[in-house]
Design a protein. Structure first.
Lengths: 159, 773
């Protein structure tokens, strides 16, 4: 069955036909060409696919596209651009919060959601907020520092 | 002003942080089809029938293929006489072995089609472990072999005399648990075979190695066979393995005249991508009452999985080479055997053979401390190779000559950072207070072999050679492109090599770009593995940049009408010593380098371009001292890493920010091996942890913050003095954790526990110890 899906993606109103079974992550990657959101598992464990749906972090591999009808979806592409990076993006750059960069979009989106709820989290708060996101490169310490950097520089607009 | 040694943020990051990274599965070509494997659900079975008809009848399906479709092609490259067919041919040997591929319009239809492939298996007895594989009457897995034991390298001397002559002796049998590397990006491959030639985008750590291999396998000349490793989402050794899709997908593209992509799901990857470790060590040590070790004997049993992998068969070689760690043990004897089982093939995983060695010797040293009653730190000091003894030829193998190090200094630095004396006091207080978790302190003074490698070392694994390449071209506007043969997957090559080039060229960092991972533009390269990028490619960049700078000085001297000997290159330009006004910029020199009328007579047009194939005289030997403090819950056995302190020695550090990141990531993987991760199989050889639901990759709350220290003993192998750091953390971390847990339980009489130290295992050990007393 084909549905006419209406939603807002990164601030732009979208109307697009989708199959019932199409996952949100595949809608974003294949139909919207927003390949910044990655797929690292098929069991909702890794969090690489995390996007914001009405501001809440959501694992887009675990949601059907039709479930986000009428919502505002924000992906990494909607966050900040080179020349005007979001403070969390700039924090990851300053504190080396990424290596291969595959898990990074999901990490960043989860961190953005954390800071919008709690602008001054402790290290432990950060670790707990990120517990649904796996990173195999960094050992997490520098991700924690990156999020703390963003908390300390809320007005930063990175290169 | 030097950028080498400076904390420089990465050139890579703006793309990766804005969703503009380009990973293989992000790429789409017009008309692209999607290929998906059908994986064996049986560990050992004859393929009685594969019925493709239902899959082929599904709308949107373009084809379905089994081994017979590839009968005109060779087996996948592997150890001689032990090669694996591209698809299971007549029988399957592990759960996860591909038996068929389906090809469809997209991945959803391909998944439907794969479900519709009906495979009828005729079960054969299977072996899940080396014990089962070596038991009398065990089914022999590989055709043409007489048993499941593939290689046997016996000890040359059993050292019984030395062991018996020692005042004390002890034995230990260790299991080094099987781990899944789990790069967050699984294997993916996109092939486009056009009449003009073949292009393959692949998640691979060594694109030229793949190009050379594919070209031969597919009979396509190398000038029409291009491999690109774009952004690669981690590797850890699991992306230098010859997976069937790397061969199947190009052929499907050829046969259908359309681009074809495949991308493993995680659940496929957990079974079909290589695993690591999986060794059993039998260790014997003879020592004196003061903790001085006289003799060490090690026999390694390597589980190879169902098909011997080229790097897999090399693992016990490296383990036995590194058996004696950083200690001057008068007599060392090593041997090994390799065994096939009905499990996923075992290959390199971050450290590849060296973490296993470090774990063994560091557990042995703690055993010596325990039996002799000498403090574990003191046993280490008494046995260290002294700092004046380098180069030090280790007793394990003539190829092993340690380049440099200062093990006592590293351990002293660690003891100071962790405040060992007050920790010991806290341990006793907590032991005496039943309301508090037990506490344990563990050390690991580890050493590894890196910088692969001297001539001949990689050739043994099927590589073209062992050197690494760098190539620099100065553009007419005075900016530089650096191509390196070592292709990264997160290490930060674009930043680190630009730092080195910037210093050598005297050119601003921002004017330099580093390119890699494309066999059509990069001369030739070996890849990124074995902690080799900085010691090999870094040295290549440095030397090739020096050559260019010297030629640029000739042009500058010509333009300035000064002697080349009076020219210095710095801060983006060239100056005449002693006359501050006499300056030309890199842009002036670069522009002139393309103009015949502006050149000195002895330089050719466009000569600010150089390439080098950099050889290495020896391996490098990074080392370090790690300290771990754990808490053990008395009621549940749950282990918490309370503190983790690392002192590394990777020689010269190019970028401390990136070096720290490498160490953290490796230590996290090492802690994960020690506490959480194990790819386990039931007695029926079925995997028990086939998804990330069951296989416990740690997340942020599971890993402690790290305290990092550093000492620096430069290697004499290269002019940078850099040893490599990619694997250090994973090598050094596990024994510190296990030593700490055993220390926490030592008053109960616990002498050893095998990894991973999950709550159940620890709790059972505590219960058994308490019942025994």
């Amino acid at each position: 069955v084909i549905h006419e899906l209406e939603l807002t993606v990164n601030g732009t109103a979208v109307r697009h036909p989708v199959e019932s079974r199409l996952l949100l992550v595949d809608f974003l990657r294949s139909e919207m060409s927003l390949t910044g959101t990655h797929v690292g598992c098929d069991t909702s464990n890794c969090g690489s696919c995390t996007v914001l749906v009405d501001g809440e972090p959501v694992k887009s591999c675990t949601v059907l596209a039709v479930q986000v009808e009428g919502t505002q979806v924000t992906t990494i592409e909607g966050l900040g651009r080179p020349g005007s990076l979001h403070p969390v993006q700039e924090g990851f750059r300053q504190e080396h919060g990424l290596q291969c960069g595959f898990c990074t979009p999901g990490m960043v989106m989860t961190a953005v959601a954390l800071l919008s709820e709690n602008p001054d989290p402790t290290d432990d708060d950060v670790r707990r907020a990120l517990e649904g996101n796996m990173c195999r490169c960094t050992g997490y310490e520098m991700i924690v520092r990156s999020v703390r950097w963003a908390a300390e520089h809320p007005e930063a607009r990175g290169e | 002003m030097s950028l080498v040694g400076a904390r420089v943020v990465r050139k890579e990051d703006p793309n990766l942080l804005t969703g503009r990274g380009r990973f293989v599965d992000d790429l789409t070509l017009p008309g692209m089809l999607f290929a998906k494997p059908v994986l064996s659900t049986e560990p050992h079975a004859e393929l009685a029938e594969i019925d493709l008809s239902a899959a082929l009848a599904l709308p949107g399906v373009h084809g379905a293929y089994t081994a017979q479709d590839f009968s005109g092609y060779p087996y996948i490259p592997g150890p001689e006489d032990l090669q694996r067919p591209v698809l299971a041919d007549g029988k399957v040997q592990f759960v996860g072995e591909p038996v068929a591929f389906v090809l469809a319009d997209d991945r959803y239809i391909a998944a439907d089609a794969a479900e519709l492939v009906q495979v009828r298996y005729r079960r054969l007895p299977a072996v899940a472990s080396v014990e089962q594989a070596l038991a009398e009457g065990a089914p022999v897995i590989l055709d043409g072999q007489e048993s499941n034991q593939i290689h046997t390298v016996p000890m040359l001397d059993d050292l019984e005399r030395e062991l018996q002559a020692s005042a004390l002796r002890a034995s230990l049998r260790l299991v080094n648990n099987r781990c899944a590397p789990v790069p967050i990006e699984p294997v993916a491959c996109l092939a486009d075979w056009t009449p003009d030639g073949l292009t393959v985008w692949a998640t691979f750590q060594a694109p030229h190695h793949l190009r050379n291999t594919l070209s031969r396998w597919l009979d396509v000349p190398q000038n029409r066979c291009r491999v690109i490793a774009p952004d690669v989402g981690g590797g850890f050794g699991s992306k230098i393995v010859w997976y069937p899709e790397l061969f199947v997908v190009p052929l499907l593209s050829k046969w259908h005249g359309r681009p074809v992509k495949s991308a493993m799901t995680r659940s496929e990857a957990m079974l079909a991508m290589s695993h690591g470790r999986d060794q059993i060590h039998d260790l014997d040590v003879g020592f004196e009452r003061d903790g001085r070790i006289n003799a060490l004997r090690m026999v390694v049993t390597q589980n190879l999985g169902a098909w011997p992998d080229v790097t897999g068969v090399g693992l016990p070689v490296l383990t036995t080479w590194m058996a004696a760690g950083c200690y001057a043990i008068p007599k060392v004897s090593v041997g090994y055997r390799t065994v096939v089982t009905n499990t996923t093939p075992v290959a390199a995983y971050r450290g590849a053979g060296r973490p296993e060695a470090a774990y063994a010797i560091e557990r042995v040293v703690d055993l010596v401390a325990d039996v002799s009653g000498v403090d574990p730190s003191e046993v280490r000091f008494r046995n260290f190779i002294p700092p004046h003894a380098f180069p030090y030829r280790q007793k394990t193998n003539n190829a092993v000559v340690y380049d440099s190090g200062d093990f006592p200094h590293a351990l002293e630095t660690l003891l100071e950072l962790m405040d060992y004396e007050s920790l010991k006091q806290e341990r006793e207080e907590r032991r005496a207070d039943p309301t508090r978790p037990l506490m344990g302190i563990g050390f690991s003074t580890w050493l590894e072999i890196a910088g692969f490698g001297p001539n001949g070392s990689l050739e043994a694994f099927g590589h073209l050679a062992s050197w690494e390449s760098a190539h620099i071209r100065i553009q007419p506007d005075g900016t530089a492109i650096v191509w390196v043969g070592s292709s990264p997957h997160g290490q930060g090559h674009e930043t680190v090599f630009a730092q080195i080039a910037s210093d050598e060229l005297g050119m601003p960092f921002d004017d330099i770009v580093v390119r890699h991972g494309d066999t059509e533009t990069v001369l030739q390269g070996m890849g990124t593995f074995g902690s080799r990028a900085v010691p090999t490619a870094g040295e290549a960049v440095k030397n090739v940049a020096t050559r260019i700078r010297e030629k640029a000085k000739l042009i500058a001297s010509h333009l300035l009408e000064a002697s080349p000997l009076d020219i210095i290159a710095e801060a983006g330009g060239f100056h005449v010593i002693g006359s501050p006004g006499a300056t030309v910029s890199w842009a002036d020199v670069a522009w002139a380098s393309f103009q015949p009328l502006s050149l000195p007579e002895n330089l050719r047009i466009g000569s600010l371009e150089e390439r080098i194939c950099q050889e290495s005289p020896n391996f490098s030997y990074p080392s370090g001292a790690y300290g771990c403090v754990v808490g053990v819950d008395r009621d549940t056995g749950r282990v918490t890493v309370e503190r983790y302190i690392v002192v590394d020695d990777c020689g010269k550090v190019i970028n401390p920010l990136l070096a720290e990141g490498q160490v953290h990531g490796g230590v996290a993987q090492g802690i994960a091996q020690a506490l959480f991760e194990e790819m386990s199989y039931g007695d029926d050889a079925h995997p028990q942890r086939a998804t990330l639901e069951e296989y416990l990759v740690p997340t942020a709350p599971d890993i402690p913050p790290f305290v990092a220290g550093r000492i620096e003993t430069p290697t004499p192998n290269n002019s940078l003095g850099a040893k490599g750091i990619g694997e250090s953390g994973a090598v050094g971390a596990p024994p510190a954790v296990v030593n700490a847990v055993v220390d926490a339980l030592s008053h109960l009489g616990v002498r050893h526990l095998d990894m991973p130290l999950g709550p159940e295992r620890v709790w059972r050990a505590m219960q058994a110890a308490q019942e025994g007393t």
